[in-house]
Each structure stands twice: as C-alpha cells, then as structure tokens.
Design a protein around this ligand. Structure first.
Ligand code: CTP
Ligand code: MG
Length: 222
C-alpha cells in the first residue's frame, strides 16, 4: 500500500495560461483532476496529498501549499502525508493521462529498489552538443529512457533525498535523481509515451484530444 503525492503547485510559465497550469480546464475538468482520479482508482493507493499554489483546496484530497521548486512542493506534501505507509508515490499533475494500471505497475516494481520511475524508450536520436552547437557525440539510444512520473520511493529514501538545501532541490528535475545522487538504486518501469507531460500549448492540445477520445470510448483514468 502506498500514499500518493500529487504536485500541482507550479506556475505553468511555459504554458502561458492566465492561471496555474494544474488548474487549467482540459476536456471539461481542471488538469489535476484527471490524474487525481487515476490515483484514487488505483487499489494500492490509500491516501492522496496534493500540493497546490497557496494551498488552495481541491475536490477529493487533502491539499497543502507547494514550495518554490518542484521538489520543495514534494517535500511539503510528504510532510502532510499520514504516517503508516512505507511506500510513497510522487506524480506530476502535468501528466493527466495517468492510468491506475501504471500506478500499480510502479508500486509493484519497488521491491529490490530504493526508487522506481516510469519511463518510455527514447525514439529520437539524441546528440550531445557543445559550444557553437557543434556535435560532440551521439548517444546509444538503446540505453536511453525518457523519465516520467509516477516515481515510487521507499519513504525513508524520499525523506533523505528531500532533506537537503533548497538550492539542491531547486536544481533537481526529478526526485529519483536526488536518490540516485545519494547512491540509491533506481529501477525503471516501462511506460507508454501517451503518459505525456503538458508543458506547452501544443502539449495541451494533444492531451485534450486524448482525454476526449478516452472519455468517448469509455476508458477513463479512474
Ligand atoms: N510543481 C510544483 N511546485 C513547483 C513547481 C512545479 O508542484 N514549485 C509541479 C507542477 O505543478 C507540475 C509538476 O511539478 O505538475 C512538473 O512541473 P512543470 O511541468 O515544470 O510545471 P510548472 O512548473 O507549472 O511549469 P513551468 O516550469 O513552465 O512554469
Ligand atoms: Mg516548472
């Protein structure tokens, strides 16, 4: 069993909507509501804590105020999570196409690891470039994974990863990277690319279309 932390406290600068991204209405509902439904429908999730801007309330879960950076929002949500479950799942509200099946697959894979991340095989060729945009190397795509959320942690590892100065947390793009930097063993759960992240207006259009299709065909996240 696991407690879930849903981070929804970002400003959404790259989306450029008038309000915070997680509260933008997509396919008829606030963005965060789609993944909250999937979390609540997953059998292994006992509680959900949502980090929101200013701690504004959400329907169907406890909310807390987020922090200045994503990982600080995770830390605030963790502090408000009920004691009991030793397993903690973290999900970005910016990924509305989450399914209960992916939640369950991630929770089930934690055994033998300190953290696990949902990730999709990279389909583009990835090159590293230096000054003047001159290519230095082409990475071996067979080894590359595009990391998503959910990310699932042994609670003690997540607490340790987040118990670091704000500058360290602000530099992290995901929490599993913090665990890795402390020597933790991080596993991968293959996940569909459909579990996309809404960052730009184009992403929002694609996600809206997919959520509408899903609702029409009767498959819901919840
Ligand atoms: N997030 C958060 N608290 C922050 C920053 C981000 O809870 N201080 C959350 C966002 O709400 C989002 C997830 O972390 O669900 C991933 O962050 P990102 O996609 O970068 O969202 P924003 O920070 O809102 O967008 P931007 O970086 O474009 O401002
Ligand atoms: Mg951000």
């Amino acid at each position: 069993m696991a407690v879930a932390l849903l981070v929804a406290a970002g400003r959404g600068e790259r989306l450029g909507a008038p309000g915070p991204k997680a509260f933008v209405v997509v396919a008829g509902r606030p963005l965060y509501a789609w993944s909250l439904d999937a979390l609540r429908a997953a059998p292994s999730i006992t509680d959900v804590v949502v980090a929101t801007p200013d701690g504004r309330p959400v329907d169907g879960a406890v909310s807390v105020a987020g922090g200045a950076s994503r990982s600080e929002s995770v830390r605030n949500a963790l502090a408000a999570a009920p004691a009991g479950d030793d397993v903690v799942l973290v999900h970005d509200a910016a990924r509305p196409l989450l399914t209960p099946e992916l939640v369950e697959a991630c929770v089930a894979r934690l055994a033998g690891f300190d953290a696990v991340v949902a990730a999709a095989p990279v389909t583009d060729t990835v090159k590293r470039a230096g000054a003047g945009r001159v290519v230095r190397e082409t990475l071996d795509r067979a080894e590359l994974w595009a990391v998503q959320t959910p990310q699932v942690f042994a609670r003690a590892w997540l607490r340790r990863a987040l118990d670091q100065p704000s500058e360290v947390l602000a530099a992290a793009t995901d929490d599993a990277g913090l665990v890795e930097a402390l020597g933790g063993r991080v596993g991968i759960v293959p996940a569909p690319r459909e579990n996309l992240k809404v960052t730009t207006p184009l992403d929002l259009q694609v996600a809206e279309r997919m959520l509408e299709d899903r609702a029409r065909s009767g498959r819901t996240g919840g």
